[in-house]
Ligand binder design. Structure first.
Ligand code: SER
Length: 316
């Protein structure tokens, strides 16, 4: 068994995936890599390598030198930022994936994790209980790149036997490392405002509901799908997963249980349009059946964890 390489280890998910993988498999079995090191997390014992996923020859060198067998490809440009940087988003999201898939096809690595997103769905997809397989007409650059990526993952699996596994992450809520450039980022910013006694100005309108996951569940799902017997997987593209759905109004109410004076105001921008094109509630029953996906954090538990976590962070 070789080591696990996380590409994009300084991002919102990367810092927590590094922590989790090193706890489970040992720090010496995990290599962190990014274009810039993380300020948030001390990756004690985990080697960090400066790496741009678009540099395929350096990627191959790292894989060989460090005896890598598994790659977690988290480097990507998210929905809101991708709308502003169309070409570089498409290049990073697609070429980054091809570089890793091709190295797997050439047998330099034997397993790949690549996240897709609820952004693969678009205005014509069913909004409620959105099925695993349905009309996919995404209306964002990010969504188009994720939809195409899913198709390529399945293609590489069927044609070349590449063991690539994937989840359609919904909005992921966490506090250890900030998110960047996403539409669901509002559901994190709001907690920081509440704790700092500020009115939160939401760029998503009050009744727009989106599927969400607390980070611990997202990490749990990622580790689970990477370690389940491949024969159990009936979806070769990317699995729907989610734990809860809420809108800004409902999230505000929940926060007000702890901070009764907390207030929200609305100043919507282009991100509201993106949110409106995505599902409200996802049907993740196939993940639940195939590999026992079972999230632990609902809205209430997530709210408590976020408030405790950010408060502790501020106190330190
Ligand atoms: N959190 C992502 C975004 O908002 C969705 O996958 O772009």
């Amino acid at each position: 068994m070789g080591k696990k390489l996380v590409i994009g280890s300084s991002g919102q998910i990367g810092v927590e995936l590094i922590e989790s993988l090193s706890t489970i498999f040992g720090a010496s079995q995990v290599i962190a890599s990014d274009i810039k090191p993380s300020k948030e997390i001390k990756t004690q014992g985990v080697d960090y390598i400066s790496l741009d996923v678009l540099n395929k020859s350096k990627l191959l060198k790292v894989i060989k030198e460090h005896n890598i067998s598994e790659v977690y490809l988290l480097a990507a440009m998210l929905s809101a930022l991708a709308e502003k940087k169309i070409e570089s988003a498409w290049n990073l999201n697609m070429q980054g994936l091809f570089n890793v898939l091709d190295l797997a096809k050439e047998k330099h690595i034997n397993k790949v994790f690549w996240p897709s997103s609820i952004a693969v769905f678009g205005p014509t997809s069913p909004k409620i209980n959105t099925p695993q397989s349905t009309l996919l007409e995404p209306s964002t650059v990010y969504g188009i790149s994720k939809m195409a990526g899913e198709r390529w993952c399945e293609y590489y699996f069927l044609k070349y036997g590449v063991d690539v596994r994937s989840l359609r992450y919904p909005g992921i809520i966490s506090y250890k490392s900030p998110p960047g450039g996403g539409t669901t980022d509002y559901a994190i910013e709001i907690f920081h405002a509440a704790i700092n006694n500020q009115v939160y100005k939401s760029f998503i309108s009050e009744n727009v509901s989106l599927p969400m996951l607390y980070m611990n569940d997202a990490i749990q799902a990622t580790v689970e799908i990477m370690n389940v017997d491949r024969k159990k997987l009936t979806v070769n593209s990317s699995y729907n997963i989610s734990a809860m759905s809420f809108n800004p109004k409902e999230l505000t109410k929940e926060i007000q249980r702890i901070f009764p004076d907390f207030r929200i105001s609305y100043e919507i921008d282009f991100r509201n349009e993106i949110a409106l094109s995505w599902p409200s509630i996802i049907d993740d029953s196939i993940a639940r059946n195939d590999w026992n996906w079972n999230p632990a954090y609902n809205l209430r538990k997530t709210t408590l964890e976020m408030i405790n976590g950010i408060s502790k962070q501020l106190a330190n």
